[in-house]
Design a protein around this ligand. Structure first.
Ligand code: AHR
Length: 659
């Protein structure tokens, strides 16, 4: 409540009695509250918006194995005498191309690859070109490999060129490094027969930057992986989302197809290829080059607990009304076995079947999997029916694994009300809630978790984002309301154990869904205001909650609270107080710290603030202005049992206080 109070300011106005309209926030330091889980804030990865191939996965060649089903040469431009054949060396990707003499000395045979919206390359950096090849009739054959700018007005097209000699009848992997002399976001990879033009076979044509995240050969785009690490994530959910379910069961995410040598991981149709008729992407497939091994490895490298989500045998329920689209209960066993095998793949000894596969791939140590989700956004009785046998089998074999169930696609309503008790009945450890909701919803949900059942499953707020009404793009105001909502997550850390914004990534030329956390083109990327909100929560996570009240009530943007949302946590001798001001005017605030010994004082130790200014609420960062909105430190000083300050209109502030 607003109050007229006499203040002895600990900061600007020390020892001067002033009358001011202030909001009193009472922080009780007597007792540390619930532990804040290390998994509290994390990331949700789904291959939507070209997040994997064309995004985080650093492969630059599209359709590298000539397996796109509508056209084996989709993404390629063939010239001269090129034949697609299907008895290649990789059983699950059998297609390859044969390049032969075009039959005239002034004709040429070769292939151009267009990449994902072009191939982005940087001047002076090295790119590893590799290809499996053979000379079917024996002897040797010479290839020219180039990165070209087909739009160039220059004397020649190439940014760099190398020759590659292929020798012998056996399939072998060849490699050559390319170093372009120009930076270009839409280069083309060109390969053509030269020299004697001896017939040659090519398979799995690949191009990676040498400089990937942590230097892995089958690696990740460095700037994008860094943007994940910089969030300080505690949990990493993968591989989605609806992609887990598939438009039909045949196209569901099948983790077993995503491990082992990349050359033999079969292609999958990406369910986001045609989900939205207003944004078709007919060349959207999953190479599975970024597969479960890579996801586990990335979790480890960014310090987050892995949280895989597996199909429960239900195809996407938004897209399938016919019950026959789903697996019958009596045919569910292979799906259950997939879940058990995944746990063995992650954690099993190297002597176990799947543990040996992990070791063979280069990680003999277990990945220490603790959490497993079964089903994505499922609903109706068919979901608990399918989930139950999974729970029984996992509990029997791996009682230590914590199982994540779902409350469906809605933040409230009939399915939500039905599924929560069902999850409790089945003994799910966590329930995955999803909410893509407008401003009004976020403004009204500050107290959402304050009265949740403390004895039931914990909450995993597994997909959420503020979708502005009529403003379904990234903008600062939406991120501010996410920050406001997250004060309720923080306050209720005893019941909300995980929260992940969604979706994570989007290519500016390939998106199906927005807003998203991180955007990029072929060379650049930027972190949105929502990213900065997540980063601040991750950075100032703390170890335990602290009670923070205004007139004895939680600060949830409720009537009379001046549009303020607030929460506090303890971190050793530090206290982090988060205050979100959603109002259009600044608010004067006094923090009152109780629970201190008589002579004990607290000391303000600065703060960090995210704000765009009242005139820029619809604005966000963009490729040309990647850092327009970012947190800035502010002056917050003083000592006492109370500290006075002010929060600007439309701002998210983290105050640091020392005991
Ligand atoms: O994040 C995009 C989609 O939203 C997810 O795939 C799905 O779970 C939800 O409907």
């Amino acid at each position: 409540m607003k109050r007229i109070v006499a203040l002895v300011s600990a900061t600007l106005l020390s020892f001067t009695a002033v009358f001011a309209q202030t909001f009193q926030l009472d922080v009780n330091l007597k007792k540390a509250g619930a532990p804040v889980q290390t998994t509290q804030y994390g990331i949700f990865f789904e291959d939507i918006n070209f997040a994997a191939d064309g995004g985080l996965y650093a492969e630059l060649v599209k359709n590298r194995s000539f397996e796109f089903p509508d056209d084996a040469l989709q993404g390629w431009k063939a010239f001269g005498k090129v034949e697609v054949r299907s008895d290649g060396p990789f059983e699950r990707n059998p297609h390859y191309v044969r390049l032969s003499d075009p039959g005239h000395p002034h004709k040429w045979t070769g292939l151009d690859n267009e990449g994902f919206f072009g191939i982005g390359v940087k001047k002076g950096e090295s790119y590893r070109f590799s290809v499996w090849a053979r000379v079917p009739d024996g002897g040797s054959s010479t290839l020219r490999v180039e990165l070209v700018n087909t739009a160039s007005m220059g004397e020649d097209h190439f940014l760099c060129q190398e020759t590659l000699a292929v020798v012998g009848k056996e399939w072998k992997k060849y490699q050559v490094m390319l170093t372009p002399d120009t930076t270009l976001d839409k280069a083309v990879l060109r390969i053509f027969l030269t020299g004697e033009r001896t017939t040659v076979d090519l398979e799995h044509v690949s191009l990676f930057p040498a400089d990937t995240w942590k230097g892995h050969e089958n690696g990740l785009r460095k700037d994008l992986a860094q943007a994940l690490a910089d969030l300080h994530p505690g949990i990493f959910r993968f591989p989605g989302g609806c992609i887990v379910e598939g438009t039909d069961l045949a196209t569901r995410y099948n983790w077993k197809n995503t491990i082992g040598p990349v050359e033999n991981r079969p292609l999958n149709e990406n369910r986001w290829e045609y989900t939205f008729p207003h944004r078709f992407y007919p060349d959207y497939y999953q190479s599975y080059g970024l597969g479960f091994y890579e996801f586990f490895q990335l979790s480890e490298e960014i310090g987050a607990e892995p949280l895989p989500i597996l199909s429960c045998g239900l195809a996407c329920q938004f897209q399938n009304d016919d019950v026959e689209a789903h697996v019958h209960l009596d045919e569910l066993q292979p799906y259950i076995q997939d879940a058990l095998d995944l746990i063995e793949f992650a954690n099993g000894p190297t002597t176990s079947t799947w543990g040996a596969v992990r070791a063979e791939m280069g990680h003999p140590e277990p990945f220490k999997l603790k959490f497993l989700g079964i089903g994505n956004e499922q609903w109706d009785a068919i979901y608990p029916e399918h989930l139950e046998p999974f729970v029984k089998a996992i509990r029997a074999a791996y009682p230590e694994i914590r199982i994540v169930g779902s409350s469906g696609p809605d933040s409230e309503g009939a399915q939500f009300d039905y599924l929560w008790p069902e999850m409790k009945r089945l003994g799910a450890d966590l329930v995955d809630e999803h909410f893509y909701r407008p401003e009004s919803w976020f403004l009204s949900q500050g107290a959402r978790y304050d009265n949740y059942d403390r004895k039931g499953p914990k909450v995993f707020a597994g997909e959420y984002a503020c979708h502005g009404k009529g403003k379904k793009w990234n903008h600062f105001y939406a991120s501010l309301l996410e920050a406001a909502f997250m004060t309720g997550i923080e306050r209720n850390a005893d019941v909300v154990h995980m929260a992940t914004y969604a979706p994570l990534f989007a290519h500016v030329e390939g998106w199906q869904w927005r807003p998203d956390l991180i955007w990029y083109d072929n060379l650049r990327s930027f972190r949105t205001a929502s990213w900065h909100v997540q980063e601040l929560y991750g950075r100032f996570r703390g170890s335990n909650t602290l009670s923070l009240k205004m007139d004895g009530a939680n600060v949830t943007g409720a009537e009379g609270q001046g549009g303020l949302f607030a929460s506090a946590v303890l971190d050793g001798s530090r206290i982090y107080v988060k205050v979100v001001n959603t109002a259009d005017e600044a608010r004067d605030i006094v923090f009152n710290f109780s629970g201190l010994k008589k002579k004990e004082l607290v000391k303000a130790a600065g703060g960090v603030r995210l704000s765009a200014g009242a005139d820029h609420l619809d604005m966000d960062n963009e490729l040309d202005h990647p850092d327009r909105i970012h947190p800035e430190t502010f002056d917050f000083q003083g000592e006492g049992k109370s500290l006075q300050t002010q929060v600007p209109a439309y701002s998210f502030s983290v105050f640091v206080v020392e005991k």
